[in-house]
Design a binder for this molecule. Structure first.
Ligand SMILES: C[S@@+](CC[C@H](N)C(=O)[O-])C[C@H]1O[C@@H](n2cnc3c(N)ncnc32)[C@H](O)[C@@H]1O
Length: 280
């Protein structure tokens, strides 16, 4: 219960910003969605569950791939995130997608319901990844596939470190326990894979995916986007106006290294961890 409240406290404040920046986020993480779809072998007529969908991704991008005979379901514990996902589905006129408020380890869904269960940048935040994994396998059909995308190391991802390295020069970096819910909890190759195996998945695999995060935004807009999307916005709120202006100058210089003139382009690395539910 305490862990659930911590999740709600951490993510409630982010919902409006993830909704505000949804188009840019969809564009930046599009290659990750493609990687997930390929690994999960998603196709026409399938039923797909998206765990920790936030304001609706990758669920909304998967809807056209399953077609009108398929079905997509997204869950997230933050009511404001789910409201944003439902609004977007309505705006797009999508009929075969539903979103519900739920935690990954307490799914309000029948067993053996889905051909595939996916999650983009969610698993690292679950209080009990093994509990969530067992619950996910429960709702997966025998023979169905699970696919999770998690960040590789921060140093390999300027999306994170171009800004956090500058902030760390102004404020002590937070101390994070190795297994605490955090963005880089599963950065070490093999760590999430082991949990997937322990939960009982068959055919468990991991692959490193290298790609480019690209967004048609200015350096200044990227700075705003990254602050609003992350906990950095709370961290730097304690700085004086002068220190903040100094930090921003340095941050814009650091981000500027990835400016193409028409947008931002950064190398990026994620781990795609997958498995299946055995057919007995
Ligand atoms: C980084 S966001 C990813 C959102 C979306 N999947 C995307 O890629 O755009 C992480 C999401 O995980 C959700 N989350 C955190 N803890 C969770 C849990 N225990 N069960 C399900 N979702 C959770 C948060 O509410 C948040 O929406």
């Amino acid at each position: 219960m305490e862990a659930d409240n911590e999740i709600i406290a951490r993510w409630s404040g982010s919902a409006r910003f993830w909704d505000k920046h949804r188009e840019i986020i969809r564009c930046m993480f599009g290659p990750v969605t493609e990687g997930i779809v390929k690994e999960a072998r998603i196709g026409v007529g399938q039923s797909v569950l998206d765990i920790a969908t936030g304001p609706g991704e990758p669920a909304l991008s998967i809807v056209p791939l399953v077609g009108s005979d398929g079905k997509v379901f997204g869950i997230d514990p933050i009511p404001e995130m789910v409201a944003g996902a439902r609004r977007e589905a309505g705006r797009l006129g999508l009929k075969n997608v539903e979103f519900e408020v739920a935690f990954a380890d307490q799914l309000p869904l029948a067993e053996n319901s889905f051909d595939a269960v996916v999650s983009r940048f969610g698993v690292m935040f679950f209080p009990s990844p093994i509990g969530a994994m067992r619950e996910i396998l429960r709702v997966l059909k025998p023979g169905g596939r699970i696919v999770f995308a998690v960040w590789h190391y921060a140093a390999r991802n300027p999306f994170h470190c171009a800004l956090s390295r500058v902030v760390d020069r102004y404020l002590d970096p937070p101390v994070i326990e190795p297994d605490a819910p955090d963005t880089f909890r599963f950065a070490a190759p093999g760590k999430l894979l082991e949990i997937v195996k322990q939960a009982g998945a068959t055919d468990a695999r991991e692959r490193l995916m290298q790609f480019k995060i690209e967004a048609p935004v200015s350096v200044e807009d990227y700075w705003t986007l990254r602050l609003e999307m992350s906990k950095l916005r709370d961290r730097i709120s304690v700085l004086s106006q002068e220190r903040m202006a100094e930090l921003k100058r340095e941050a814009l210089k650091s981000i500027g290294e990835y400016s193409t003139g028409s947008g931002i382009s950064m190398p990026a690395e994620v781990l795609i961890v997958s498995g299946a539910k055995g057919v007995s």
